[in-house]
Design a protein around this ligand. Structure first.
Ligand code: NAD
Length: 557
């Protein structure tokens, strides 16, 4: 089989069955590190996605991590602090091979300016959610999440179908790049604006974008035709969203659905203010970041102002996790939070049952392994219509990026059943090599983010970061292979804390035990987090699955 394609010739996708490390567990984590760079946005600078989300702090750290993974034994643990390896400790064979803490600042000091200062000094790095944790699988990782959001809106507002509906959004980077494909898969006519022609070109080349329109008039004409013919289409436009959104309002056009996935969380290295050419923005990032922050904020104020206007005119408008409302409110848009967050608006009922973005990667690089696991998913969960529908769609439309991988929203015990069954397939040679499992940090028990994941929790526990910390500790004590705690987000100003976990199905009996224990405990804590916040669905799930929840007597605190 030919080697999997990399977006970047200098960063090949690992494949084959020759081990460089002393065992598959170590080799697996090494391949995941290589993979995030091969599918990343700017690997020369170690940047994977989300503006500055890095796989390692610097190249010296990267080299030391690679050498350590290759040389370490199974009863050792590599300790990584903000992308820099700091210790290799003797532990035991059931302990995690790698533990990490990325971008965690103490409360009062968790401010964008302090982050940038420490970053410049080389003391810290932002790991995004899955970048620093080596779990990113390209924009395919977020396609199902985006698709499910669109379909929940279809059910809520449009009788279950987006045929003939117009979605307006922006951002075609590492995550936002999934939007054109997800919109088209959902049956809509989607217009995606990005200020960087290179990003649009990449999404066009991989087939996520049907065409790049030369200007707004042509883009809107193409959308109008597709809407009239009820034809799914994805159109790109190279322009600044802070100019285009208000212009669409000015023309009296109201899309059916409006969102945005520019990297608005970062006013310096992410969001591009209107009126300043991209090359000049790149210079200002170094020469005058303060000016850039102010300019970005002013643009976001106009950008969100237009989103609010479209909401008033009847569009379904939502924040897709990039903190654009937060930045706008800080810029004086007092009603920015009239725009709901996608988690609370559409996905919380799923999280109450610990259903979330679970993913697996074929470490051998063999696409046939993913095809066999697709078949297994369909066989194991025939009544789970979200998943069966998704696997059918993904097989048809989602191209592999880097190591062949699949994402599917699975819940409590579904993940465990699948992973244990896959481990048996590795053991009996049905698959060509081991499989790594991980899940997004945006998962039921794994993230505290009061402006994304935990906004408006029923008991008001939005900002309590104990849950992801407990999750990480539980994953360490449940024998996971890699466990990580991330913080930052929102201009890196301590907007969130999250935990990540990766497990390797290498076909051994020990792996069965690790997968069984860690994946079951991970989703148990997810259900418990929502049960404890007072969600009935989660309380029912806790009782049904006997997840070990310890509720206090009614009325006790
Ligand atoms: P990225 O930095 O890779 O890409 C951002 C894109 O936005 C770039 O292509 C850039 O050119 C474009 N852009 C910036 N300013 C613009 C403007 N004014 N007009 C038009 N285009 C502009 O970031 P990413 O990885 O795609 O992530 C995007 C955002 O989504 C981030 O804020 C990230 O934190 C957030 N995110 C959300 C989720 C989720 O689950 N909803 C998951 C991951 C990331």
């Amino acid at each position: 089989m030919p080697a999997p394609q990399s977006r970047h010739p200098n960063f090949p996708v690992p494949h084959g069955n020759t081990l460089r490390a002393k065992g598959w567990r170590q080799e697996a984590l090494l391949r995941l590190l290589e993979n995030v760079l091969s599918v990343g946005e700017d690997p020369e600078n170690l940047v994977v996605y989300a503006a500055l989300g890095k796989a390692a702090r610097n190249w010296a750290s990267h080299k030391a991590i690679v050498e350590t993974l290759i040389g370490m034994d199974e009863d050792q643990t590599l300790v990584i602090q903000s992308g820099k390896p700091v210790a290799l400790l003797k532990t035991h064979a059931s302990a995690p091979l790698v533990v990490m803490a990325n971008c965690n600042l103490v409360g009062q000091w968790a401010k964008a300016e302090i982050f940038y200062e420490l970053e410049k000094k080389g003391l810290i790095c932002w790991g995004g959610l899955t970048a620093g944790a080596w779990q990113y699988i390209g924009s395919q990782g977020v396609i199902q999440g985006t698709y499910e959001i669109f379909m929940r809106i279809a059910e809520k507002r449009f009788d279950g179908s987006l045929a003939g509906k117009f979605i307006l959004t922006a951002g075609m980077g590492g995550m936002g790049g999934a939007q054109p494909l997800a919109g088209r898969m959902a049956g809509a006519a989607i217009l995606v604006v990005d200020v960087d022609a290179a990003r649009a070109k990449t999404r066009h080349e991989i087939g996520f974008l049907d065409e790049i329109a030369p200007d707004l008039d042509s883009a809107l004409a193409a959308i109008e035709t597709a809407v009239a013919q009820q034809k799914p289409v994805s159109i790109g436009l190279v322009a600044n969203a802070a100019d285009i959104y208000p212009e669409i309002v000015r023309r009296g056009i109201t899309p059916d659905i409006v969102t945005d996935q520019t990297s608005a969380h970062d006013l310096v290295y992410g969001y591009v203010p209107s009126g300043i050419p991209l090359a000049e923005v790149r210079r200002l990032r170094v020469d005058d970041p303060k000016y850039l922050m102010a300019a970005s904020r002013a643009s976001i104020v106009r950008h969100v102002g237009a989103m609010l206007d479209m909401q008033k005119a009847g569009a379904e408008v939502f924040d897709n996790g990039n903190l654009i409302r937060t930045q706008a409110r800080e810029g004086g848009v007092e009603n920015a939070f009239d725009i709901p967050i996608f988690t609370e608006a559409y996905l919380r009922p799923l999280f109450c049952e610990a259903i979330g973005p679970f993913r697996w990667m074929a470490l051998s690089g063999e696409e046939s392994d993913i095809a066999k696991i697709d078949d297994l998913v369909l066989k194991l969960f025939p009544d789970n219509h979200i998943v069966t529908n998704w696997i059918d769609l993904a097989r048809k439309y989602v191209p592999f990026e880097g190591l062949p991988a699949r994402i599917a929203w699975l819940g409590h015990m579904e993940r465990t059943r699948l992973a244990v069954a896959v481990n048996s397939m590795v053991a009996n040679g049905e698959l060509k090599g081991p499989i790594a499992f991980s899940r997004d940090h945006l998962d039921a028990g794994a993230m505290a983010h009061p402006n994304i994941m935990t906004e408006n929790m029923r008991d008001g526990s939005d900002a309590i970061a104990d849950w992801p910390l407990l999750n990480a500790m539980t994953m360490c004590s449940s024998m996971a292979d890699l466990v990580v705690i991330h913080s930052g987000g929102g201009g890196y100003a301590g907007y969130m804390t999250s935990a990540g976990v990766t497990l390797v199905a290498d076909g051994t009996i020990a792996a069965t035990s690790r997968l069984q224990t860690a994946l079951t405990n991970d989703t148990s804590l997810g259900i418990i987090r929502y049960a404890d916040a007072g969600y009935e669905t989660a309380r029912d799930a806790a009782a049904k699955h006997n997840v070990g929840y310890l509720p206090l007597a009614e009325g006790a605190i």
